[in-house]
Design a protein around this ligand. Structure first.
Ligand code: BGC
Length: 332
């Protein structure tokens, strides 16, 4: 065959080869891109399309906003999307509805406060059945199929408060207690722990327990009623974040000179009142850490690691008059 004929045959073969090579490179690139996308959207592996819903006890409560802050920061780190929702005012049946909605909206994971309610447990179990992990935060929902609990050991914190009050009172005196509500499980547990310690001291008496519904206004009103009805009360304990400040308001209104107040949590005003020696002490929980830890745990779970069922976040005390045996950290 002549050279010219060879050239005529080889040119199309060469062009075909180049075209095939081009197609091969193109599809390899497309497969690679697809694989990268899959890595970020897979709901079981975490990632930017993992939608976490956090349902609070009350939307604009400072304590829940702190949980949100911790959770949001951690969610950003793990490339997750966080939706923060909750009732405008404390309302357990609204929490049930919001959980139902979160499941219907196909959230990839849900963080909730336990409310000790059978319908709520049924919904948590439903979510678990659908493969949506639910983590309880601040208050547990035992008996449900929640994945894990992250928060304070509430009974332990109640006992701690009992010991602190026994010491500060010289183990005698009448006590008034403010809880958010008997129906709120963490309050029931804190109260049970507190009672178990106080009952060991024959001269310490809990004379009255009232509810604030996590409202500072209601705490002030109820504390005032308590002080009117039982003027012999020398010690008042507030078991949720705004109770201590409500009690302080009532005590100032009534000019109750000898009343010692024991609070929970670290709102700026509570810490200010401790500095001014208007509140004796506070037991401080770690809401931000709760939010962050819950997200971290979720991320580990989505990556295939089974979490431990109970993660207790620490509490610390802030005292107006720190006891001698306290470390620098505890004093603040
Ligand atoms: C409790 C929360 C509550 C908050 C209300 C905290 O002490 O742990 O359950 O929502 O107080 O202010």
């Amino acid at each position: 065959m002549s050279n010219r004929k060879w050239t005529l045959i080889l040119i199309p073969v060469f062009l075909l080869f180049v075209w095939l090579l081009f197609q091969f490179t193109l599809s390899s690139l497309q497969i690679h891109q697809l694989a990268e996308q899959l890595k970020t959207v897979s709901p079981t592996g975490g990632g930017s399309d993992t939608k976490v819903v956090l349902i609070s006890q009350e939307l604009d409560n400072y304590y829940w906003r702190s949980i949100e802050q911790g959770a949001r920061k951690a969610a950003e780190q793990h490339d997750m999307k966080l939706d923060y929702i909750g009732p405008d005012r404390i309302n357990p049946s609204e929490q049930v509805k919001l959980l139902d909605k979160a499941i219907a909206s196909k959230a990839d994971a849900i963080l909730v406060q336990g409310i000790n309610d059978p319908e709520y447990r049924r919904l948590i179990n439903k979510a678990a059945g659908l493969g949506i992990p639910v983590i309880t935060i601040d208050t547990d929902e035992p008996g449900s199929r929640r994945l894990a609990y992250v928060g304070t050991d509430n009974e332990g914190a109640g006992k701690q408060m009992g010991e602190l009050l026994a010491k500060a009172s010289g183990e005698r005196g009448d006590i008034g207690v403010m809880i958010s509500s008997e129906r709120v499980e963490n309050q029931r547990l804190r109260l049970a722990g507190f009672r178990s310690v106080i009952s060991r001291y024959p001269n310490l008496h809990i004379v009255e327990i009232r509810s604030s519904n996590i409202s500072r206004l209601q705490a002030a009103q109820q504390a005032q009623n308590m002080l009117t009805q039982y003027p012999q009360i020398r010690y008042m304990v507030g078991f949720s974040a705004l109770d201590g400040l409500g009690i302080l308001e009532a005590s100032e209104r009534r000019g109750a000179q000898n009343l010692k107040i024991f609070a929970f949590d670290d709102m700026a005003e509570t810490l200010e009142a401790i500095k001014d020696r208007k509140i004796e002490l506070t037991i401080v929980q770690q809401p931000m850490e709760m939010g962050a830890k819950a997200i971290k745990l979720l991320n580990d779970y989505l990556k295939g690691n089974d979490p431990q069922k109970l993660t207790y976040t620490r509490v610390h005390e802030v005292h107006a008059d720190p006891p001698d045996n306290m470390t620098g950290n505890d004093r603040q």
